[in-house]
Design a protein around this ligand. Structure first.
Ligand SMILES: Cc1ncc(COP(=O)(O)O)c(C=O)c1O
Length: 383
């Protein structure tokens, strides 16, 4: 099988990095569940010595995701957080990072509680405003760490504008692309240097694996990430690599349905009398709907809505039947989350208030079920 240079997105998802197994011809890359490889004689081996450093299943996934995001190389880690941690090893003590203020709670915790101990400094700004980014940049700023759309208030950052700023100041641009998935947005095309995902979410898509990936545009970053993946050792296991590879094959068809269900649920909620606000990039009421249309190929399966009070939000979360009350997102099944007490509990209340994350906010990760069943469930839960 030879993937043509002209191959389009869904074809790349299915075939990139996927060669039939050399020993049997198996069309699916096997799970190479081994810790080491036998060498023919001293100094003579097949390019595989030890499984932290080299594993064919992981390599297949890394090549697949490098192609899907349009990068030079990709490296798979044991979780999304391990992937972010690896990226920050490109920095050194004294370096400053500008971060989207509404970043994932775990990212904030890693930066605020761990990496500040090692002399890194972080400024949290609303990166939907390029002026605020420019203001936050200092002579020692070495990285811009962006999430778009953000979790859970779905604010967008203009990737082309931010890439221009990062180039002008010679700062690395990192994009956490977990929420959109590469099917909806490919940040390297806009000028990002590094893209990361929690593969736990849309890339795997089936809620049965935790993992992370970093895709590098520049060779020098790829070389360092390869080194740190082996040196620190937070690698993705062969089985998880295989699961994510299976997931990426259906990414395009899953995302098409996530888009449809996300839009339909957002439109339903916007008409509901108990709902005070719906946040979804696909609604004309979203303040950055025009940017979403320009920058994204679909609006995705993530939406948030606000009710009158925390009590009402709690009631709805407890009453859903088909939807599951759970952390995480991006799986085929619809999940409901109360960010203030679940995913973003590690973010201090005053910071949550500043980014518009109230206790009355509920987040939905729309799955790919029949949308009428989801609407019926919301309808009974909202009463
Ligand atoms: C946007 C985003 N980035 C990173 C992470 C961390 O990924 P993981 O849970 O795989 O470590 C998450 C997890 O929810 C996330 O939502």
């Amino acid at each position: 099988m030879k993937l043509p240079d002209s191959a389009r997105f869904s074809t790349i998802c299915i075939h990139a990095g996927q060669e039939p197994d050399p020993s049997t011809g198996a069309i699916i890359t096997p799970i190479y569940q081994t810790s080491t490889y036998v060498q023919e004689e001293l100094g003579k081996h097949k390019g595989y010595e030890y499984a932290r450093t080299q594993n064919p299943t992981r390599f297949a996934l890394e090549q697949n995701l490098a192609a899907i995001e349009g990068g030079t190389a990709a490296y798979a880690f044991a979780s999304g957080m391990a992937a972010i941690d690896a990226i920050t090893t490109l920095l050194k003590a004294g370096d400053h990072v500008v971060v989207t203020d509404n970043t994932y709670g775990g990212t904030f915790r890693l930066f605020d509680k761990v990496l500040t101990k090692y002399g890194l400094e972080f400024s949290y700004v609303d990166t939907s405003s390029p002026e605020l980014i420019e203001e936050a940049i200092r002579p020692d700023t070495r990285m811009l760490f962006i999430e778009t759309p953000t979790n859970p208030v779905l604010r967008l950052t203009d990737l082309a504008r931010v890439a221009g700023i990062s180039k002008a100041h010679d700062i690395r641009l990192v994009v956490d692309n977990t929420f959109a998935s590469p099917c909806l947005q490919r940040p390297i095309e806009f000028g990002a240097d590094l893209v990361m995902h929690s593969t736990t979410k849309y890339l795997n898509g089936h809620s049965d694996s935790v993992g992370g990936i970093v895709i590098a545009a520049r060779q020098e970053d790829a070389d360092w990430l390869k080194f740190i993946q082996n040196a620190a050792g937070a690698i993705l296991s062969p089985f998880d690599s295989w699961l994510v590879l299976r997931g990426t094959k259906t990414l395009a068809v899953r995302m098409a349905q996530h888009n449809l269900n996300g839009q339909a649920l957002a439109e339903y909620l916007e008409e509901h009398p108990r709902v005070t606000r719906v946040i979804y990039p696909g609604l004309p009421s979203h303040p950055q709907h025009e940017l979403a249309k320009r920058q994204m190929k679909g609006f995705g399966g993530m939406l948030s809505f606000e009710l009158g009070s925390f009590e009402e939000a709690k009631r709805v979360c407890n009453r859903v039947r088909l939807m599951s009350l759970a952390e995480s997102l991006g799986g085929v099944e619809t999940l409901m989350t109360h960010p203030a007490s679940m995913t973003h509990a590690s973010v201090p209340p005053e910071r949550r208030a500043a980014i518009g994350l109230s206790d009355a906010l509920v987040r939905i990760s729309a799955g790919i079920e029949d949308v009428q069943d989801l609407v019926d469930d919301l309808s009974q839960a909202l009463g």
